[in-house]
Design a protein around this ligand. Structure first.
Ligand SMILES: [Fe+2]
Length: 403
C-alpha cells in the first residue's frame, strides 16, 4: 500500500534525474539530442526505473533475484543522484540570483553559466554520484563486526569476561547465498564466542531453508545458542513456523518464548529471558508452539521472575519497547529489527527509516541507556531482502563483551 502511494513521487524523482542527466549529456554531445538516440536512452532508463515493479511481480526465480538486486542498487544510486543534483540545483539558483545583482555580474560568473561551465559542473556531479554509489555498494556488501564492552557493575556472581555474539535479521531469503552464510559463520568462529543469541528474523517468509541450515551447521553445537522469533517468522500466517522451529530444535538451538532460563557458561551463571515478536498475536497459538500469551504478557512474566542476583539479559526482536525493558530492570536487552535505518550518513544520520519506528528512528542501531538497563540494537545482517537497499549501513555482527 505504501509502495502504491509513493509510486507517483518515485516516478517524479526519476523524471527529474533523467531530465537533468539528459540535458547534461546533450550539452556534452549535441548529437544525442537526435530522436533515434534519445528514444533508446529513454527506454533503457525506463527499464531500470521499472525494474522494482518487475522484481515485485515475478515469481521467485533467478530472474527475480537478478532484478531485485538491480532495482535495489538503482534505488541507492537514485538516492545519491537526487542528493547531488538537488544540491547542485540549489547552488545554481542561489548563484543565478547573485548574478542579477551588480556585485555578482562578473566574467567568472558568466563562465559558470556558459556551456563549458554546465559541462564541468555536470561532470563533477556525475563523479560525486559514482563515488558515493560505489562506496555505498561496497560497504553494503561487507559484514562489519561491532564490539561493545559492558562493565558489569553489580554483584553478579561469576560474571568475568563473557563474550556474546548477537545475530539478528538474517532474512535468509531469495538472494543471500551460501557464500554469504559461510562468510558470516567464519566471522562468528573467529570471535571464539561463549554464547550465540539470535534476535529474530533468522528465517524469512520467502525463505530458502538451505541457507539457514548452512548457518546453523556452522554455529550450533559449537556454542550454546538461544533464539527468539522476529516478525518475519510469523508472516504468511506463520505456516512455516513449525518447520522452522523443528529445524532449530534439530540443531540444538533453544527457543525462548516468554521464558527465562539460567545458563552457566564457563562456570558463570546468567539469566537469559526471551520473548516472541508482537506479531505472534497474528497467528493461531497452535502455530506458535501453543503459546497464546501476548508480547506484553510474556514481557511481564519474564520481567518479574526471581533473578537470584544473576546478571539478566532480555532477548527481544524489537527495540521500540525499550521503556518497558527498562521498567522491568533487565540489565541488558539485545535486539534487532531496525536494520540500521537502511540509509546512514556517517556522523550525521543514524538511519533514515526503520519498521515500526518510521523516519529518523530513535533506535536504529547502537547502544542505548535508560535507568539501569542497557539496550544494544544490532543493525542486522540482511543485505537486500528489504524494499530499501542499505547504503553506508553495512550488515553487522554484534559482539558483546561482559567484563
Ligand atoms: Fe524484523
Amino acid at each position: 500500500m505504501i509502495a502504491v502511494c509513493l509510486s507517483p513521487l518515485y516516478l517524479l524523482l526519476c523524471a527529474y534525474v533523467f531530465y537533468r542527466l539528459q540535458t547534461w549529456l546533450e550539452r556534452c554531445l549535441p548529437y544525442l539530442a537526435r530522436k533515434r538516440i534519445r528514444i533508446p536512452i529513454c527506454v533503457f532508463y525506463l527499464c531500470v526505473a521499472f525494474s522494482i515493479l518487475a522484481a515485485f511481480l515475478l515469481e521467485p526465480s533467478p530472474a527475480k533475484r537478478l532484478l531485485k538486486q538491480l532495482s535495489n542498487t538503482w534505488l541507492g544510486v537514485l538516492l545519491y543522484a537526487l542528493l547531488v543534483i538537488a544540491a547542485a540545483d540549489l547552488i545554481r539558483l542561489a548563484l543565478k540570483r547573485l548574478r542579477r545583482s551588480p556585485r555578482g555580474n562578473s566574467r567568472r560568473m558568466d563562465r559558470l553559466f556558459s556551456r563549458g561551465g554546465h559541462i564541468a559542473i555536470g561532470a563533477v556531479c556525475i563523479l560525486c554520484i559514482c563515488v558515493c554509489s560505489l562506496a555505498g555498494i561496497v560497504s553494503a556488501d561487507r559484514i562489519r563486526v561491532t564490539e561493545y564492552e559492558l562493565y558489569v557493575d553489580k554483584e553478579a556472581p561469576g560474571i568475568e569476561e563473557l563474550k556474546i555474539v548477537l545475530v539478528a535479521d538474517l532474512h535468509l531469503g531469495y538472494s543471500i547465498g551460501i557464500r554469504h552464510m559461510e562468510q558470516m559463520v567464519s566471522l562468528i568462529n573467529e570471535e571464539d564466542a561463549d554464547i550465540v543469541v539470535m534476535a529474530g528474523d533468522i528465517f524469512d517468509h520467502r525463505q530458502d531453508i538451505r541457507n539457514v541450515e548452512c548457518f546453523l551447521r556452522g554455529v550450533a553445537g559449537r556454542y550454546p545458542c538461544y533464539y527468539v522469533t522476529g516478525n518475519h517468522e510469523y508472516w504468511h500466517k506463520g505456516k512455516a513456523l513449525p518447520g522452522d522451529m523443528a529445524l532449530l530444535a534439530r540443531y540444538g538451538v533453544r527457543r525462548l518464548s516468554g521464558e527465562m532460563v539460567t545458563v552457566t557458561v564457563k562456570g558463570q551463571a546468567l539469566n537469559l529471558c526471551g520473548v516472541d515478536d508482537p506479531d505472534a498475536s497474528a497467528v493461531h497459538p497452535a502455530c506458535n508452539g501453543g503459546n497464546s500469551r501476548s508480547f506484553l504478557q510474556q514481557l511481564a512474566h519474564v520481567g518479574t521472575q526471581p533473578r537470584n542476583g544473576n546478571y539478566t539479559i532480555l532477548l527481544s526482536h524489537r527495540p521500540e519497547p525499550f521503556r518497558f525493558y527498562a521498567c522491568y530492570g533487565f540489565d541488558l536487552a539485545l535486539c534487532g529489527h531496525a536494520h540500521g535505518g537502511q540509509w546512514r550518513i556517517p556522523g550525521l544520520l543514524n538511519g533514515l527509516y526503520a519498521p515500526h519506528q518510521g523516519l529518523f528512528p530513535k533506535y536504529a542501531g547502537g547502544r542505548y541507556l535508560k535507568g539501569g538497563t542497557t539496550m544494544i540494537v544490532s543493525r542486522g545482517l540482511a543485505r537486500e531482502n528489504t524494499r530499501v537497499p542499505r547504503f553506508y549501513d553495512p550488515p553487522e555482527l554484534v559482539i558483546v563483551d561482559l567484563a
